[in-house]
Unconditional design. Structure first.
Length: 246
């Protein structure tokens, strides 16, 4: 988000996670244009920043130390809805002194939301967003909000499962949705064994599609990309090619 709204010259460093293809939500080639930091107090001080943007899950002792040393520290949490994600974009853009760029990103997000809306009168498609280990999202999550806006019903939440609860394979087989959105960067034997278990092939009325993990990590610029993937899956639901994860 910061790389989207700030001038490159404003960014002293990004998290070292930004260069890790398995964990970043941004383009790795873009991330490599910036220095990185491990977030330790000493490392941050060496950068002489005017502002530190970190997670609400950052080590409280580190945050207290940075503030105690006179640095401005702002925190960003996990957005639980599209509205909350839009507020985060405004906040980060304001902190960077770039409100116009924040507005441009918000306009892009709003266009993506409008483009993702299902045809009028089309009933929601029951779908499970199934993460490695069988984790599923609850109702009050950004991904659940975006799924609803793209024409899907959060099947796991309808079955009483909350955020980061586990949906076991046995329960999936006993009460399957119409669609399984398997969150994995690798499909097949090299991917998560649960998400692509051979037993799922018995669900002849259930389709499967792969969702890249970096589409669900953050809000901001990932929102249009996630919505575009959902729309592509929705449009392919009647295609036999979706019978196997892709």
């Amino acid at each position: 988000m910061l790389a989207e709204v700030a001038d490159p010259a404003q960014i002293a460093a990004l998290s070292f996670y930004s260069r890790d293809p398995a964990q970043t939500s941004m383009d790795v080639d873009l991330a490599r244009r910036f220095a990185t930091t491990d977030g330790a107090v000493e490392s941050v001080l060496a950068l002489h920043p005017d502002l530190v943007v970190t997670s609400t899950y950052a080590d409280p002792a580190t945050v207290r130390a940075l503030r105690g040393l006179g640095l401005r520290v702002e925190t960003v949490g996990i957005a639980a809805s599209l509205d909350a994600a839009r507020d985060q974009v405004r906040d980060v853009a304001a902190w960077a002194g770039q409100p116009a760029r924040g507005a441009a990103l918000l306009a892009r997000i709003d266009r993506a939301v409008a483009d993702a809306a299902p045809p009028h009168g089309q009933p929601p498609i029951p779908a499970v967003l199934w993460e490695p280990g069988g984790l599923v999202p609850g109702r009050q999550t950004l991904v659940a909000d975006l799924m609803t806006r793209a024409g899907f019903a959060n099947f796991s939440a309808q079955r009483g499962l909350g955020q980061s609860e586990r949906l076991p394979l046995e329960r999936m087989l006993a009460d399957p949705p119409r669609l399984i959105l398997a969150v994995a960067d690798k499909v097949g034997p090299e991917g998560d064994r649960l998400l692509f278990h051979p037993a799922l092939a018995a669900l002849t009325q259930t389709r499967r599609a792969a969702i890249s993990p970096n589409l669900i990590y953050c809000g901001g610029p990932t929102i249009p990309r996630f919505l575009a993937r959902l729309v592509a899956v929705r449009r392919q639901l009647e295609s036999p090619a979706l019978d196997q994860p892709q």
